[in-house]
Every structure is written in structure tokens, then in C-alpha cells.
Design a protein around this ligand. Structure first.
Ligand SMILES: Nc1ncnc2c1ncn2[C@@H]1O[C@H](COP(=O)(O)OP(=O)(O)OP(=O)(O)O)[C@@H](O)[C@H]1O
Length: 619
């Protein structure tokens, strides 16, 4: 009975897939799609528990695509039946992206805090894992300063905290020398022997590394050309009337294609449905690779979501008569049970918030540069408009000051996230996929953790300009003035984050200025003929938060029954602030209304950012 139980749980950690297709849209430009390209062409296969399996093949064969498809790291364009317990699997990306500026120990603590409910044995677990992976002596070093091999081991260590059963690794040996690569593969083999399913992609390994694997899966042009043990490779090639020369790595030999070889090999493996193992040194025996009975079913949109954690398929379902229903019911109850065991969203928020604040404090140079930038701009604006704030003859200077201050805030706050956030998105994608946290607590922590810095930077700039330009010495007016600055910067930051979450740095740095330019145009449009501006244009101008910001700042400076400005000339038309407000057609505009508009635009950009982040993380 006990034996049956362990056998069952062992099988549930296997990964099986059948007739998997992966199709991408081919584009010539961002807007035009020229058709579809099939990357994976109906491949099948299995990766067994307790084994280290390698996906091999020439560059562009579809190795990473297969790994992404079966692990669920990519779902868009994937069709076919895949049996995998996703809530027990983790994915380690090729570039080992980690939260920056945190030491090995801090990253391990973060992983434990987010994954383990009880914190009692945290220290013991961390020491255990780090010692086993030979990283204990590197505890205090930040991840960026680790060597390639150490970084790979750290990625594994971080995932080992909650002991997942299935590991997917994309090119774990890339960039490593031969010795370190062999060490890495031995480590993965040891992890597999402890009862895990370990699957990795690998490029042309040496013969030594090749023989370390328990199972090999070779792809060529998106189809399976070999599946089986390393020992069965040469006899298998002989089946296809090919002789692998002695001292020649079989992995190199398999990729040589004379035009007929690939179809012959695909036929021999039935595109992955058959697996080979050596029976005697010269003979191989084909076996069925898939033990699960996959039955094609019509599309049922709700099912894949509900059963995503169990034996899931993208357009087929795992069926085995009444057993299938039982299996699905178990999956559902297990899912609810698991959800109850999960770390609460509040705790995720608190842990992430602490880490984000720590990272902001650690980025001391960036902090100093930003503070210096705001002080310098404040000084610059202060000197240009020095003590002009109360001069009734300088109406155009007042307008230039308000427009200039808003542009400075907008440009700074939009560009910083555009340039810095895309790198974070990769980390978030990996960590959400590996169930460190859900997106909402992360999003809330990100939004709130950036607030203190925003307040500090804006207060610095706004206080310097207010004081140097000689605006009225009224604390309440300064508070409104600073609040307008803060609101504009929050909207602009939201826009920058939305762009950073959607585009790469290269595309974002083009899209950002491209979007700001018309908003700036709308901000300065028609101040000298404001009453004649048409209804349509007026409506359009409401969407420009730059314009809304400028109007709010003008109201903060000249509104609220401000006393007449000084006049050194014979006659100053605008010395009465009400005349200026009337001329600009903002005399009847309420600042609360403007704050409302800014709040709506801020929410709009932040929701956009969330949607974009969700799309990046869950497709
Ligand atoms: N989203 C995508 N859009 C367009 N083409 C894609 C996409 N993803 C993969 N491809 C193409 O599919 C092919 C296989 O890509 P994949 O990254 O899976 O190959 P690989 O075998 O892992 O290659 P390498 O070993 O060089 O990393 C490549 O030609 C790649 O350009």
C-alpha cells in the first residue's frame, strides 16, 4: 500500500506532453503581422521524476520554446496536451536575474519570508541550502558581484527554499567554463536523484557532460529527432544507418543534417512518442514515452484555468474514464487547501515593501544624483526667475516659470522609470511565475515604497523655487504649490512605469518622449487666446496632464484672492492676479477640479501599468 502511494506521487511529478505546437506571429513592423511561424511542430515526450533530462539541438531548433511551453512560462501560442503539476514547478531563467543590491543572505531571507509560513527554522534552512550549494562563504556578497557559476547556484538555492519537485532551467551552463559547467550538471543530477524532475536546455555539451544526463531529448527544426538515454544514442543512430565516429560527441553528431536525416529520425521517434534505451551495448529498445491517456476535447475555456495546477492541457484534457473526474476533483480541493496554506497578501506586501525601501536606500549614488538634480534645477529656476514672483509687469515670466517647473517634473519623473523599470519586469516575471508573491501585493508595495522619495525630491525642488522666486510668504499657499508638484510627479511616474512595464529600454526611450511631446504642445497651446479655444480642443487639453498641471500651478500661485502684485512701471495690466486668471480663462476653474483630473489620470496610468505587468507576467 505504502509502495503504491509513493509510486503514485512519483508519477505525479513526471512531466508528459503530447502533440505540442508553438506558433508565433511573424511581424515586419509593430503594426503589421505577415503570418504565423510554427516553432514546435506537434512534439511529444516525457521527463521522468528522479532523472536529469536535457533538451538539446542546434541553435534555433526550439529548445527554449519547448521548455517555456511545457513549464507554462509561455502560454500564448501554445497548443497541445501537457501534464504537469505547475504548483510544484519552478523555472530558472538563463540570465539569472535577481533583485539588485541585495546580498545572497538577504535574497535567501526574502525567499524564505515569501515562501515559508513558519519562520522558526529559517536560519537553519538557509545555512543548509547555502552549505550544500557551496555558497555559505558568499553570504554577504551582492548577487551582481557573484561569478556566473555562483549566480546559477544562487538561483537554484532561492528556489530550493520551498523544495519544488520540478525544476526547469534554461541553458544553466551558458557562459560557464567546462569545469564549472560539469559541476553545475553534477549538482542538477544530485537534485534529481533526491526525487525531483530536472529538465534543462543545453548547447552541444562535451561527451563527459552528455553522459551525466539520465535522459536526452533532441530537437531539430521544432521536431523530436531523439529521445532516450545517452547510452542508447549510438545504437539508435545505427538504426538510422548512421555511424557516429569514435571520440566524437554524439550530441554534435546528431545535428548534422543531410536533408533526409531529420525526417528519418523523426519517424524513428514518432516525433517524441517513442523513447529509446540501450538493451545491450549494440541494441536499443523503443518504448512508449507517454503513459498518460490524453484525449482531444473541444475547447472549454474555463477548464484550463481551474485545473491549471494539476494535470492540465491547453486544448486537450487528461482523461481516464471515471479516474479523470476523481483526479480533477482532487486537484480542485488541493488547490483550495493550498490557497489556505499560502502566505497572505498582507505579509507579501510587508516583506516586499521592506525590501523595496532597503533597495532605495542602498542605491545611494542614484539617490544622491536625483537629489542633486532636483537641487540644481531648483537653483537654476530660482536664479532665472529670482524675486520675480511679485512683479506685476512680468506676466510672461510668471507663465514661463509655471510651464518650466511642470516640464522639469514631468520629464524627470517619466524618464527614470522608463530607463530603470524594464530590468525589474524580468525579475517580477520570474518571481511571480515561481510563486514568490502575487502581482497585487507587489504592485501595492512598489507604488507606496516610491512615495517617500517622490515627496523628498519634489519638496526640495518646489521649496527652492518658491523661496527664490519670492512668492508670497504663506505656508498654506506653499503647501498647495508643493501638492500640485507632487501630484504631477505621481502622474508622470505612473506614465513612466506604464511605459517601462510595456516596452524594453530601447523602445520605451523612444515611446516616452514621443508621448510627452504632444502633451507638452497641448500644455502651452492658446494661453494668449484662451477664451477663443473651441470646446473640442478644450476637452483634448484636459487629457494633457501637463496642461492640467500648469493650470493648477497658476491657480496655486495667483489664485485664492492673492493681493495685487508690485508695479514698477507706469501701468501694469496684470498686477491684479484676477486679471491674469481671467486673461488665461482659468478664473472660474476650481483647483479641486484640477486635482480631481490629476488623480484620475494618475489612476489611469497606474491601472495601465498593472494591466501591462499582468500581461507580461502571465502570458
Ligand atoms: N516570440 C517569438 N517570436 C518570433 N520568433 C520566435 C519567438 N520565440 C522564438 N522564436 C524563434 O523560434 C526559433 C527557436 O527559438 P528558441 O529560442 O526556442 O531556439 P533555441 O533552440 O533555444 O535556440 P538557442 O539554442 O540559440 O537559444 C528561433 O528561430 C527564434 O527566432
Amino acid at each position: 500500500m505504502e509502495q503504491t502511494k509513493s509510486l503514485l506521487s512519483k508519477h505525479s511529478k513526471d512531466v508528459e506532453f503530447q502533440d505540442v505546437f508553438y506558433t508565433v506571429q511573424q511581424r515586419t513592423s509593430y503594426l503589421r503581422s505577415t503570418g504565423q511561424r510554427q516553432i514546435l511542430k506537434g512534439v511529444s515526450g516525457s521527463f521522468r521524476n528522479g532523472q536529469l533530462s536535457a533538451i538539446m539541438g542546434p541553435s534555433g531548433a526550439g529548445k527554449s520554446s519547448l521548455l517555456n511551453a511545457i513549464s507554462g512560462f509561455r502560454t500564448t501560442g501554445v497548443k497541445g496536451s501537457i501534464k504537469i503539476k505547475r504548483d510544484n514547478a519552478c523555472y530558472i531563467t538563463q540570465d539569472d536575474c535577481h533583485q539588485t543590491l541585495l546580498s545572497v543572505e538577504e535574497l535567501m531571507n526574502l525567499s524564505c519570508d515569501l515562501k515559508l509560513k513558519s519562520r522558526l527554522k529559517k536560519e537553519e534552512i538557509i545555512t543548509d541550502i547555502l552549505t550544500n550549494l557551496n555558497l555559505n562563504h558568499r553570504r554577504s556578497v551582492t548577487a551582481e558581484k557573484l561569478s556566473g557559476g555562483e549566480r546559477k547556484r544562487l538561483s537554484i538555492a532561492l528556489e530550493l527554499v520551498d523544495n519544488p519537485n520540478i525544476f526547469f532551467l534554461d541553458e544553466p551552463t551558458s557562459g560557464l567554463d567546462e569545469v564549472t559547467a560539469a559541476q553545475c550538471i553534477r549538482l542538477l543530477s544530485a537534485l534529481a536523484k533526491e526525487g525531483r524532475t530536472v529538465v534543462c536546455t543545453i548547447h552541444q555539451p562535451s561527451a563527459t557532460i552528455y553522459n551525466c544526463f539520465d535522459s536526452i531529448y533532441v530537437l531539430a527544426k521544432g521536431q523530436c529527432v531523439y529521445q532516450g538515454t545517452p547510452q542508447a544514442t549510438i545504437p539508435f543512430l545505427r538504426l538510422a544507418q548512421l555511424d557516429c565516429p569514435r571520440y566524437y560527441s554524439p550530441s554534435d553528431y546528431k545535428v548534422v543534417d543531410d536533408g533526409e536525416l531529420v525526417p528519418r529520425l523523426i519517424e524513428l521517434t514518432d516525433n517524441g512518442k517513442l523513447t529509446y534505451r540501450a538493451k545491450a551495448p549494440q541494441y536499443v529498445e523503443p518504448q512508449q514515452a507517454i503513459t498518460t491517456l490524453f484525449v482531444e476535447q473541444p475547447k472549454r475555456p474555463l477548464l484550463p484555468t481551474i485545473f491549471a495546477g494539476s494535470a492540465a492541457s491547453t486544448d486537450g484534457s487528461l482523461m481516464n474514464g471515471a479516474g479523470a473526474l476523481l483526479e480533477q476533483m482532487k486537484a480542485l480541493s488541493q488547490r483550495f487547501y493550498r490557497d489556505r496554506r499560502d502566505i497572505s497578501g498582507l505579509r507579501q506586501f510587508v516583506v516586499l515593501m521592506r525590501v523595496m525601501l532597503l533597495r532605495i536606500m542602498r542605491a545611494r549614488l542614484a539617490l544622491i544624483i536625483q537629489l542633486f538634480h532636483h537641487m540644481l534645477c531648483g537653483l537654476f529656476f530660482g536664479l532665472i526667475f529670482f524675486q520675480l514672483g511679485n512683479q506685476g509687469a512680468r506676466m510672461f515670466d510668471h507663465l514661463k516659470f509655471c510651464i518650466g517647473a511642470v516640464l522639469m517634473i514631468v520629464y524627470t519623473q517619466v524618464m527614470v522609470p522608463i530607463l530603470s523599470y524594464p530590468a525589474d519586469v524580468k525579475v517580477v516575471r520570474k518571481e511571480t511565475f515561481n510563486r514568490w508573491y502575487s502581482l497585487m501585493p507587489y504592485y501595492m508595495a512598489l507604488t507606496i515604497s516610491r512615495l517617500p522619495l517622490q515627496v523628498l525630491l519634489n519638496l526640495t525642488f518646489m521649496a527652492m523655487t518658491y523661496w527664490m522666486t519670492g512668492l508670497p510668504e504663506q505656508l498654506w499657499r506653499f503647501c498647495i504649490f508643493a501638492a500640485v508638484g507632487l501630484m504631477i510627479s505621481l502622474v508622470a511616474e505612473g506614465m513612466g512605469l506604464a511605459i517601462g512595464a510595456t516596452f524594453s529600454i530601447t523602445n520605451g526611450s523612444v515611446v516616452g518622449p514621443m508621448l510627452i511631446a504632444p502633451l507638452m504642445g497641448l500644455a502651452v497651446y492658446g494661453f494668449d487666446f484662451a477664451p477663443q479655444i473651441g470646446v473640442g480642443m478644450n476637452l483634448l487639453m484636459k487629457f494633457s496632464y501637463v496642461r492640467v498641471g500648469v493650470v493648477s500651478l497658476i491657480l496655486a500661485v495667483f489664485g485664492f484672492q492673492r493681493e495685487d502684485l508690485d508695479c514698477d512701471d507706469i501701468y501694469c495690466h496684470f498686477s491684479d492676479p484676477r486679471v491674469l486668471l481671467k486673461f488665461l480663462d482659468v478664473d472660474k476653474v476650481s483647483i479641486l477640479h484640477q486635482f480631481g483630473l490629476l488623480t484620475m489620470l494618475m489612476i489611469f496610468f497606474r491601472v495601465l501599468m498593472y494591466i501591462s505587468l499582468r500581461k507580461r507576467c502571465y502570458t
